[in-house]
Write a protein that binds this ligand. Sequence first.
Ligand code: AMP
Length: 317
Amino acid sequence: MKYSENKKYLCKNIFMSLLSIGTVAFDAIETPFGKTDKIIGGAATYISLSASYFTKNLNLVAVVGEDFPQEYIALLNEKGVNTEGLQIKKGEKSFFWSGKYHTDMNGRDTLITELNVLANFDPIIPDSYQNCEYLMLGNLTPMVQEMVTQRIQNRPKLVVLDTMNFWMDVALDDLKRVLQKIDVLTINDEEARQLSGEHNLLKAARKVLSMGPKTLIIKKGEHGALLINDTDMFYAPGLPLEDVFDPTGAGDTFAGGFIGYLASTNDVSFENMKRAIIYGSAMASFCVEKFGTENLLNLNSEMIADRVAQFARLVKF
Ligand code: AMP
């Protein structure tokens, strides 16, 4: 397809401010295609890198230890991420996560979760972040996610929350409380079942929606994502890819693309969320093609427009 035909999928950037919180971490990953030592990871890292392709007004609140290399922070800054809200704790260690993927790459086992600095994280919102219009509560302690909602004086136009089974296991009550304060929840299919106690996904979605979020996104890995609210439903497929090396961060990259697109268009209607989950899925498709954050570092708007056009061709009939 010629570039000119993809042009309609280029983003019109109107620079609404976006605040992301979540982990900034070290990850050690093992997939059937290889193994990494400690590399940069964390939910907020993937969210910020992904969203950086949509908005230039991007702020981060997170915590790392003294062991976190300055060059990684510089890398986020180079991508336009404001790290004024990134706390660096002297004498402490960064959050560390290690995971191993199954042969089919759909499932994974968490081998290690070391909370370290995250255990006592007190999220401080710099004054310059106070007027954020879009808030992405990336995966981390639900209590910290809630504290952030309380510490932002004016309610943002849209609050999106991502979480995972780990927090459903260890902090379910806190999670249920924060769910009442958000607009959009993103979880995967297994997490939707765990949270609702329902096996059928539609029943699970109805029950999760009754817990607070107005809109739910159920991520189904390589099989795409379902967007659902009380009256509407939309399904975005996963793009079949020849090279899938490492799914780590795909969910966060999806979330960063989703909220980044909404912030760049400043439209939170269901119709626009349909487009946003296609942009989120396009970003996630880049993420899984290489290890860690590698593929998210050198994209450009033409490459993203081209991916989105591939999605459009995949479902057009
Ligand atoms: P995803 O593959 O989208 O679930 O995200 C993987 C990223 O989430 C990795 O970079 C990890 O550092 C981070 N992560 C793993 N476990 C947790 C957790 N319990 N809380 C917050 N972030 C986590």
